[in-house]
Design a protein around this ligand. Structure first.
Ligand code: PPS
Length: 692
């Protein structure tokens, strides 16, 4: 037997401890007696004695005597005596810890006998505390004062989510934002520079201007959006990433239809900073505080309840009966307790907001047998990266003390690409997870496709139904559910819980009662304002919702009077319009916007802002530039041709023609009333206006 090395097991160490103790107590005992005392064979004892001698722990001397088996005498060396003391300590600590764990299981409280460091060292892997990046409370107070003088970076909402999980150990083993070498490894082969598995780049992306003023080695303060210092970071790396490569390798395609690729190209800064983070305080959350847990808080909770096996369920959607059934089955299958672990950081644009979802989850939680299941909220910013995201989610759940993780069909799927095809195969995520599960140290539980069997009035896994031809199988897809909610149609009891449906209807009234934005775009003089005015009057005639017109000229007078027509100023102008329209939409009103809005990326950003709250209807007023110039109602085209107005859209400045507008209207040979009517018909077909 080899001597305890760095990787020796507690059993190896125990045996060595008992051997040293035995030799110390009874140096003259025969080998047979010693082996008997230790409960091992003579052969094993000999091997053990040999390696202990090689390690310098015991000294062997020959002695004469009749019994051949007593030919050698064994005595502890000084090193052996020291090892014995160390091992005694360890042995006792282990026994204390075992006692303590038993005590905790029986009474719900620790005995206080075992020193903390031994307890954690000997605890089950998923239950022992994991490292965090926070400094102590006292150091944090001091650091906060010192950090006030540092150059500071105002974190984006996504960076705040990332930082929270870095600091609390959710992203263990990361110690900060990725360095360039780590980033390259992660992008290329899902590994950090030291070889550890990590599938997702976690970068501090910043603007060129901010990056330029930094020096390598400098400490910076990281602040939340109210200016509170959450952490400091030592900048060890600064580089300009190849975003196209990142998109291809991490998300599978350099296609802006993928939300994370869109984020990468259109929101993330141009420069990445890397370096270790020192945590000062957690980001503040005012909502559902009691439901938010750090990895160590969850581990402590599992320890307290004696939950040794825990299966986590990741979700960004409301839970219905099928989810309840499948998660409960997964827990039974894994013989584990269940953690509902929904993401409340950033999910896919257009998802149900997390406030509503959490109220829904709380209602579903009551449906599980008591004390089998708990729920905790995870402030993660999802990337919708399918297979890589599944592995990432698994590592995060392992850090949160879970032993099993449910991976479904199309896990964290981003939807369709710009060709209308899926980005990933439906089971790619399961395959990649399975490939790495052992190394990750968390087991996968496959998601079962649960369907309602009407005759038996129960949910069953589709692939386990043997009499498929003789029973009625019912299912409602996510799209169908959204349609029913949007149109105010019935949602059957077999599909969801009444409390959940009520909650969803409360926040998502039928479309005909929701706010929305009609966004006209087109050249100057194309007829946007005229049609927008006509539409406004028609909608006001119908009544029911307040209508606001944000016409290009009016906005420029009241909101954007200081802006010109450079790309930067035009973008700012449109983002302001988008912001106001999103507020109107959120509060149930109708916003009609009519700027030129020449840039597709800006229009898309506005769409994303608004679609969180209601429908966005892009209407391209497709009057040709020749016709606009011929009409030249304001005489601006003449001035633009003479060079008296610079950067004039269509003449000396670009216009990106909308590729997929909800509606495109021709104004040549069609009167204004008819154009406005076309928009009304479109709104009606989308269910946005309906007879009372
Ligand atoms: S943008 O690009 O969306 O920010 O423009 P917008 O706010 O809609 O403002 C367009 C109106 O400003 C007048 N104008 C110009 N338009 C285009 N290019 C240049 N350089 C320019 N200078 C002044 C013009 O009257 C536009 O009004 P509309 O209502 O579109 O005709």
């Amino acid at each position: 037997m080899a001597l305890p090395q760095a990787k020796s097991t507690p059993e190896d160490e125990d045996l060595l401890f008992r051997l040293l103790r035995q030799l110390d107590l009874a140096p003259d005992a025969s080998q047979r007696a010693t082996a008997g005392a230790l409960g091992i064979s003579l052969g094993r004892l000999n091997a053990l004695l040999r390696s202990a001698a090689e390690a310098g722990l015991i000294k062997i001397s020959e002695r004469s005597g009749p019994d051949r088996r007593q030919r050698f005498a064994y005595a502890l060396t000084a090193r052996g005596a020291a090892a014995k003391i160390r091992l005694t300590d360890q042995f006792l600590a282990r026994k204390f810890a075992e006692y303590d764990a038993l005590h905790a299981e029986l009474t719900g409280a620790t005995s206080g006998l075992a020193p903390f460091k031994y307890r954690t060292k000997l605890m089950q892997n998923n239950l022992a505390p994991i490292p965090e990046l926070y400094v102590s409370y006292d150091s944090a107070q001091k650091l906060k004062v010192d950090a006030a003088d540092l150059v500071s970076w105002d974190l984006t909402p996504r960076q705040i989510c990332d930082l929270e999980l870095l600091m609390n150990g959710g992203f263990n083993p990361l110690k900060g934002f990725l360095t360039e070498a780590d980033y390259d490894g992660v992008v290329e082969n899902m590994r950090l520079a030291d070889g550890a598995l990590w599938p997702m780049p976690i970068n501090l992306d910043v603007s060129d201007e901010f990056a330029e003023k930094l020096e390598i080695g400098q400490d910076i303060a990281l602040r939340d959006q109210e200016g509170v210092i959450l952490a400091t970071m030592t900048v060890t790396d600064r580089w300009v990433p190849n975003k196209a490569r990142e998109a291809e390798k991490v998300f599978g395609a350099n296609d802006d239809a993928h939300p994370a690729v869109n984020y990468l190209h259109n929101h993330a800064g141009n420069v990445y900073l890397g370096g270790p983070v020192t945590g000062i305080q957690q980001p503040v959350h005012y909502d559902f505080r009691a439901r938010r847990d750090t990895p160590n808080e969850l581990r402590a909770y599992f320890r307290k309840l004696g939950w040794r096996r825990v299966v986590a369920f990741q979700t960004r959607n409301p839970l219905h009966r099928a989810h309840q059934e499948l998660t409960f089955r997964a827990a039974k299958e894994a013989q584990a307790n269940l953690l509902i672990h929904p993401v409340v950081g950033m999910t896919k644009p257009g998802d149900v907001d997390h406030f509503t979802r959490v109220r829904c989850y709380e209602a579903v939680l009551d449906k599980y047998p008591s004390s089998t299941t708990t729920m905790s909220l995870l402030n993660l910013a999802m990337r919708m990266a399918g297979p890589r995201e599944a592995v990432w989610h698994g590592l995060i759940r392992k850090n949160h003390g879970c032993t099993h993780f449910i991976v479904g069909r199309d896990h964290a799927g981003p939807g369709k690409n710009s060709q209308g095809e899926d980005f990933y195969g439906p089971y790619d995520a399961q395959d990649l997870f399975r490939e790495h599960a052992e190394e990750m140290g968390i087991e996968m539980v496959d998601f079962k496709h649960m369907v309602w069997v009407q005759e038996r009035a129960q949910y069953e896994p589709m692939d386990e139904i043997e009499d498929k031809d003789n029973v009625t199988i019912l299912n409602i897809s996510g799209t169908e559910l959204r349609r029913r909610l949007a149109e105010g149609l019935e949602i059957p009891e077999w599909f969801s819980f009444p409390e959940v449906v009520k909650e969803l209807r409360r926040t998502k009234p039928p479309r005909s009662k929701q706010g929305f934005t009609v966004f006209f775009t087109g050249f100057s003089g194309s007829g946007k304002s005229t049609i927008a005015n006509a539409l406004m009057v028609k909608l006001m005639e119908m009544g029911g919702r307040p209508v606001t017109l944000l016409d290009g000229d009016i906005v420029r007078k009241n909101l954007s009077s200081e802006l010109g027509f450079s790309k930067e100023h035009r973008d700012l102008n449109i983002r302001r319009i988008g912001y106001v329209a999103s507020e109107i939409t959120k509060n149930g009103g109708i916003a009609i916007c009519a700027p030129i809005a020449p840039y597709a990326t800006t229009r898309r950003a506005v769409r994303e802002d608004i679609e969180q709250f209601g429908a966005f209807i892009e209407v391209h007023v497709a009057t040709s530039i020749e016709e606009c110039e011929r009409r030249d109602r304001k005489g601006l085209y003449k001035l633009a041709r003479e060079g008296k107005i610079k950067e004039f859209t269509g003449i000396s400045d670009p216009y990106d023609v909308p590729q997929n507008p909800e509606l495109s209207v021709e104004t040549e040979n069609v009167d204004v009333d008819n154009c406005a009517h076309q928009v009304l018909l479109k709104l009606e077909s989308m269910g946005l206006i309906a007879a009372e």
